[in-house]
Design a binder for this molecule. Structure first.
Ligand code: SAH
Ligand code: SF4
Ligand code: F3S
Length: 469
């Protein structure tokens, strides 16, 4: 692969089994569809599931003849694929919509994703210039909804709540030329007290293993060497096909596909994280040595209030099974501070868990009360300033831990997939353990290439090294 990156449009047939039909190549593919004279702009907020949904939505639009543009002012159709996980994320969308207020006579505006599902038709009241409100459970109906918009309907709605299958499209416009996302399960059947996702993304539905494997094979044919299997809870995967593969068996099967170098998966829920997943990683070097296992809190009392369905001790058992693996597996997590009722003692337990586990990375957030969640009925009693203090303390503690863990790698040689240039003369990429490595090289490396890099220095968030020839 050269420095020149062409964005592939991956084609799959629309049939239920989705056998791959690699109709378009890495370059020039967008022009392969007859233009309909309309343009769209699509901006995405939120998690990797949303990013990948947008890749599928773009595939639907391109196939329909729309052309993608880089700014909302140039677009006939402006789409926001929204996130509602915390209040700030949801607010961002309304400020974006405010900026479009005056374009109503010349462009159409659509709100997709989690805010769309959560707010429903109320969005039309808050922003009357919006023309389409569509949650992820209705994306299967996008062609039909777009046809209504094209026919002049000005309030088009897709707010289904009980979809039968994951959203798969005939064409997917992948934005990342190195790592291809592949959906294996959508929705969430858990009911964590703080979380909007079960309400916004609907019940869990898994995709047939044959369809997943066919898509990954197709991606390898297109030149991808890394795939990331996606789901809100990947380890709840239940193969609906007669093969009945477990999640660990699916990992094994994906890892066997010739030509793949790296397979990642996210997110794993601690309750269903069984030793067979670690065994699969041990058995297949293609499965990356990284597990993202969100803990949320180190206090069993808070975990119970959160309805996480595990205790601190059960979580630590899972960590133990990962730490015992024959090759080192890096471990990252998500944490929430200031959940209703969280005392200083509970918070101290989260800090002690950080020390005990020694995470390689952590995303941490202040609790944000959300609509349609059980925690909304609890008093949001940790003051904002105290949430802020706890977050700062936690992030500083974690920074020190990461620094120590990264420094332990100085002097070792790691395999890096080149993803870009970090500054003139310096390149950047990732290890299998998902660490960012900035490195120098005696030659100009190709993007997407795998190189050996000797680590010379380490910071809390990245490593610095030089290519070993
Ligand atoms: N399905 C994944 C994560 C989903 S959301 C899982 O179960 O782990 C990503 C992260 O956002 C969560 O892990 C949690 O740490 C955070 N989060 C979710 N709801 C939140 C809320 N109401 N306030 C603050 N953080 C929240
Ligand atoms: Fe939200 Fe919990 Fe489901 Fe994760 S498992 S998406 S945190 S409800
Ligand atoms: Fe946000 Fe929806 Fe993802 S709420 S985090 S975009 S599932």
């Amino acid at each position: 692969m050269s420095d020149q990156i062409h964005i592939p449009v991956t084609a799959l047939t629309g049939s239920a089994t989705l056998q791959p039909r690699i109709a378009v190549e890495r370059s020039g593919s967008v022009e392969a569809f007859p233009a309909n004279g309309r343009t769209f702009y699509l901006e995405t907020f939120g998690c990797q599931m949303n990013v990948h949904d947008s890749e599928k939505v773009a595939g639907v639009l391109l196939h329909r003849g729309y052309r993608q543009v880089d700014s909302p002012t140039e677009a006939d159709l402006v789409l926001y694929n929204t996130c509602s996980i915390r209040e700030k994320a949801a607010q961002k969308v309304f400020s974006r919509l405010g900026q479009l207020r005056h374009g109503a006579d010349r462009q159409l505006v659509g709100v997709l994703g989690c805010v769309a599902q959560q707010e429903g038709e109320q969005i039309f009241e808050r922003a009357p210039w919006v023309n389409l409100v569509c949650g992820s459970a209705s994306y299967r109906r996008l062609p039909e909804l777009l046809a209504e918009l094209e026919a002049g309907h000005r309030r088009v709605v897709g707010l289904d709540t009980n979809p039968e299958e994951p959203f798969e499209t005939e064409f997917t416009k992948r934005d990342n030329p190195f790592r291809a996302y592949v959906t294996i399960i959508e929705g969430c059947d858990k009911s964590c007290a703080y979380c909007v996702v079960p309400a916004t993304r609907g019940p869990e539905r898994s995709r047939a293993s044959d369809s997943i494997l066919a898509e990954v094979r197709g991606l390898v044919d297109l030149g991808y060497t890394e795939v990331q299997l996606l789901g809100q809870n990947v380890n709840s995967y239940r193969d609906p096909s007669p093969r009945r593969l477990s999640f660990a068996e699916l990992l094994d099967a994906v890892a066997q596909i010739p030509g793949l170098r790296r397979v990642r998966f996210a997110t794993s829920h601690p309750r269903d994280f069984h030793p067979d997943i670690v065994q699969a990683i041990e058995a297949n070097s293609v499965l990356c040595d990284h597990v993202h296992l969100p803990v949320q809190s180190g206090s069993t009392r808070i975990l119970q209030l959160m309805n996480r369905e595990y205790t601190r001790e059960q979580y630590l058992e899972r960590v133990e099974s990962i730490r015992r693996a024959r090759r080192p597996i890096s471990l990252t997590t998500d944490l929430i501070v200031g959940f209703p009722g969280e005392t200083e003692a509970d918070f101290e337990q989260t800090l002690s868990l950080l020390d005990e586990v020694g995470y390689d990375g952590a995303f941490s957030f202040k609790f944000s009360p959300r609509p349609n969640t059980a925690a909304l009925r609890l008093p949001d009693d940790v003051p904002e300033s105290e949430k802020g203090r706890r977050l700062t303390v936690l992030q500083e503690r974690q920074r020190q831990i990461q620094l120590r863990r990264n420094q332990a790698l100085v002097g070792s040689t790691v395999e890096v997939m080149v993803e870009g240039r970090s500054r003139p003369g310096q390149w950047t990429g990732r290890t299998s353990s998902n660490r960012v490595v900035n490195f120098s090289s005696p030659r100009v490396p190709n993007l997407g290439e795998y190189l050996q890099v000797r680590i010379q220095a380490a910071g809390p968030h990245s490593l610095v090294g030089e290519q070993v020839l």
